[in-house]
Design a protein around this ligand. Sequence first.
Ligand code: HEM
Length: 107
Amino acid sequence: MLLAGKNPDDLILTNAQRSELGRFNVTQTISALGKFKTPSLRNIALTAPYMHDGSIKTLTEVVEHYDKGGDKNRFIDAKIFPLHLTPQEKADLEGFMQALTSQQPLE
Ligand code: HEM
């Protein structure tokens, strides 16, 4: 077996190409290739950088990323496509995410 005896977390965290395989690293099923958990947005303003590879540094850039339809790859979901948001809509979306910050300190 490809990953026999290895901790999938070690591979994913230390090998960028391996990380791109997503959930496949855990299940080794073809249908899991390039799939990632949709994370909670709770306290998202406090947890930069974003995405599985930490490639996006700010929420402003996250909104731009989705507005342009994400990064094209063969696994991208059909629900990710160019949005053509107005500047006001982008600001509102970022404001919404900022509002998901708890008043209580993180544990
Ligand atoms: C404009 C709309 C959207 C916004 C503002 C948004 C926001 C975000 C943010 C801030 C993250 C980073 C979370 C983190 O790193 O902890 C994220 C990741 C993610 N979102 Fe979205 N999202 C949007 C649309 C969608 C849609 C439509 C889907 C599903 C089709 C989706 C699925 C995911 C997934 C799977 C991740 C994890 C990606 C990775 O780890 O590389 N999102 N999103």
